[in-house]
Every structure is written in C-alpha cells, then in structure tokens.
Design a protein around this ligand. Structure first.
Ligand code: ZN
Ligand code: ZN
Ligand code: ZN
Length: 277
C-alpha cells in the first residue's frame, strides 16, 4: 500500500489563514515542511480520505486528477475535513472524460445531511448529482470499497456527530488511520487489537502538542499509544508510526516537532509525504 499525506495541518491550517501568532509567522518565514494544509490522504492513488477546501491545491501540487478518484471516505464533517461544495463541478460542462463515472462516498449520516443542506439551498445539476453515491458507515461494521476492506472505528472526537477513524486493509497491508481523535475509547482499542492482523502503518492525531484536550491526542499520548499497540501485539517493531494534524496553537516548526519525537520511532508528517508498506 502507498499512502500520500496531501495535507498534514490541523483545523486552521498552519500558518492559519487569519493568524499572526509567533508560530504562524515563523512558519511563513521558514516555509518548506512547516507549511501545512488541511487534512487529506490518498491511498494507492485511488482511495481518498476526506475532502477539505485545500483539495484543489493538493491535486494541483501532486499532479493528481480528482476525476480519477471513485472512492472517498469521510472521517467527519468538520470544515477542515469535508467541504461538499467542491463536488458541484464533477461533470457536465465543468469536467470532461473523467476517469471514473461514479463517486462513492462513505461516512456518518451527517455527511449526506451536509451535502443535502448545501445543495438544498444552492442546487447541483442532476447529471452531476446522480453520479455521487452515499453510503452510511457505522463504527465496527466493515465494508468493501474498491477492493479494500474498510473497518470504521469510533473516534474520540466531535460528540455532536458520530466521527469515524478507519482501518484500511488491501489483503496484504493494513493501515490504521486515527484522524481526528483523542486517545481512543476502550471499545475502539479493543477493536484495533482484536482486528486479527498486525498493522503496517499507523497515522495518529497529534493536534494538542504538549497540551491537553479530550477530543485530540497530544505528543505524549502518541508515544503512549505506540507503546500500547506494540505491547498488545497489534503492531510490530517495523510498523510505521506517523503523526499528523499539527497545529499552530500547540506545536512549533516541523524540525521542533521532529525533535520531540526523535527517539520514539515516530515520524512527523508533512504535506506531500509518501509512505509505502
Ligand atoms: Zn481536523
Ligand atoms: Zn497562529
Ligand atoms: Zn475534527
């Protein structure tokens, strides 16, 4: 499996759009890996996770074509993960010769509700709407999508909806994708450890840095979770651990976040990072 982390920033992006704090100013000056766009990951060039407002720039920058993507998993409906308005140019005179005719979208029930709410007000062309198919995903109920077995997990985040994390399994390799979430609930940990296969790669939420908030993980919890998963036999020594969703409020430049994790065996994501396993 090959994953591309298209956006590694937290909810506001980093630097944040409207912000002039010391971290944002330092990131603007440093550039490079310290510039982080909104959360999105592409698997094997065909299974996309989340649809933030940075999607057009992600696809431009990485020489990708959204018309080639037929399968989209949505974690939750926070604006840094899901902007359904982006879909209204998916067809008719706005897009020609798309690689795939239909887009299959999996997510909690708020995902379709938000789509219907937006286009209930502003409309979407019928020929475009008919090729967008929604499937309700529920925690701990696996489904098949484009040859992958996807197992949604209950995320510890946004209690006003039912946010999901995902296990993605292509039959050879298994990815554990934990964005966004606080330290996983006991029932989620049980499902992870009980999955029956070891994970080859784990992407973890590190939003809170050295601070604490229940609905996102912090650096110490990332280290703690890695130790827990390895101790429980869910991961191996060579499992790749990556942290992402880095924010200006709780973390400094890329190098400073790397410094924190230097002896932990955990890599710090950056925009465009590619990992194969
Ligand atoms: Zn987020
Ligand atoms: Zn800032
Ligand atoms: Zn969120």
């Amino acid at each position: 499996m090959k994953i591309q982390i298209l956006g590694s920033g937290g909810g506001e992006g980093y630097p944040a759009l409207f912000c002039s704090c010391a971290h944002c100013n330092a990131a603007r000056k440093a550039g490079g890996k310290s510039l982080r766009t909104l959360s999105q990951t592409l698997i094997d060039g065909k299974l996309l996770i989340d649809l933030p407002s940075d999607t057009p720039s992600h696809f431009l920058r990485n020489n990708l074509n959204l018309g080639d993507i037929g399968y989209l998993l949505i974690t939750h409906t926070h604006a840094d993960h899901y902007i359904p308005q982006l879909l209204d140019t998916r067809g008719e005179d706005f897009a020609h010769n798309m690689g795939v005719e239909q887009l299959h979208i999996y997510g909690n029930e708020e995902v379709k509700k938000k789509f219907d709410g937006v286009f209930g007000m502003y409309g979407i062309r019928e020929s475009i709407r008919k090729n967008i198919l929604f499937y309700k995903a529920e925690a701990f109920r696996p489904f098949r999508a484009d040859g992958y077995t996807v197992t949604p997990l209950k995320a510890h985040h946004a209690p006003e909806e039912k946010p999901l994390n995902y296990i993605i399994d292509d039959g050879k390799s298994v990815l554990l994708y934990l964005l966004d979430t606080g330290y996983p609930f006991a029932e989620t940990l049980e499902a992870i450890v009980g999955y029956g296969k070891q994970f080859d790669c784990v992407v973890m939420d590190c939003t809170m840095g050295i601070n604490y908030y229940e609905g996102h993980m912090n650096f110490a919890q990332d280290v703690q979770l890695k130790e827990y998963l390895c101790g429980a036999g869910a991961c191996r020594k060579d499992t790749k651990f990556i942290v992402a969703h880095v924010t200006h409020n709780h973390a400094g430049l890329h190098e400073e976040v790397e410094e924190y994790f230097k002896d932990s065996g955990i890599s710090v994501a950056y925009d465009g990072m590619t990992v194969e396993f």
